[in-house]
Design a protein around this ligand. Structure first.
Ligand code: OGA
Ligand code: MN
Length: 283
């Protein structure tokens, strides 16, 4: 099979053309895709039509499927492997998660010990406007960092709060706290080594309630604000406007993402999988 990889005119992202993901992929093709993914961090496949089983089968090329405990009840009918991301409400009940508001910059589930390696989204229904998903290149963010700032974060560990989701909601069962040093979650190196690319990436997770372990709370906030101010530059970002049939695969180890808000009355329905990850390697 001939696969074309067309890089986006941005720091990261590429479209892969010439594949019907509903079909089995041979090893050579799967390997080409993996190499393109390591190089570009986010891959886009357009015009796909995947039922949950086929989406799961495609996703397994990136590793074993993972579960998201808090989202367990939001499966499409007949599938335990796929989750629904949606604002749609049917019979008074949401059919999926994340609503229609902004999902702030984050990398998926960095608040657990083994954060997911990859996430996959397949667009089934999209709004006319809004709901775009942006991705940020955390290799470039690190590599372009002013020397002093890099020196300040080198060797540090960040506590990733697990109590709030990226839509700003308190997760089920989470308690509130007054001091970020008491935030529940996981601790990971601020700079991590990507096991496949061999490159180093900044690993921030979410801004809210983050804490640089061992630092005075105020000093930690000042340093985190400086890091985020550096990272959130358009030159590191690629924004994707969804069309029905799109499939996106992103690497949570070296990117962050954000979802723009959209009109509450519009329908947005995405199917999602997540791939089991590894413990971040300090670099
Ligand atoms: C996610 C996520 C953004 C979107 O699925 O992890 O952040 O565009 N989704 O729906
Ligand atoms: Mn996410």
């Amino acid at each position: 099979m001939t696969v074309f990889v067309v890089p986006m005119e941005a720091a990261l992202g590429a479209e892969v053309r010439g594949l019907d993901l509903a079909r089995e992929m041979d090893n050579a093709t799967a390997n080409e895709i993996a190499q393109a993914w390591y190089a570009r961090q986010v891959l886009l496949f357009c015009g796909q039509s995947l039922n949950p089983d086929r989406l799961a089968a495609f996703s397994r090329h990136f590793g074993a499927l993972d579960v998201v405990p808090a989202w367990r009840k939001f499966h499409p009918p007949g599938s335990k492997d796929v989750l629904v991301i949606s604002n749609v409400i049917e019979n008074g009940e949401p059919i999926g998660v994340l609503g229609y508001g902004e999902a702030e910059w984050h990398t998926d589930m960095s608040y657990i010990d083994l954060p997911p390696r990859a996430s996959v989204l397949h667009a089934l229904e999209v709004p006319q406007a809004g709901g775009e998903t942006s991705f940020l290149d955390m290799y470039a963010a690190l590599e372009s960092m002013p020397r002093e700032l890099r020196g300040a974060i080198e060797g540090k560990v960040i506590n990733h709060d697990s109590s709030y989701d990226s839509a700003g909601g308190l997760r089920p069962g989470a308690a509130t706290f007054d001091d970020v040093r008491e935030a529940p979650g996981a601790r990971h190196p601020a700079i991590r080594l990507h096991p496949e690319s061999g490159r180093r990436a900044l690993y921030l997770g979410r801004r809210r309630n983050a804490w640089i372990v061992g630092m005075d709370e105020k000093d930690s906030d000042v340093l985190l604000d400086a890091l985020w101010a550096h990272v959130l530059q358009p030159r590191f970002v690629w924004t994707h406007s969804w069309r029905v049939g799109d499939v996106l695969v992103w690497d949570n180890r070296c990117t962050m993402h954000r979802r723009a808000p959209f009109d509450a009355s519009a329908r947005r329905v995405m199917h999602r999988t997540q791939i089991v990850g590894e413990r971040p390697i300090a670099a």
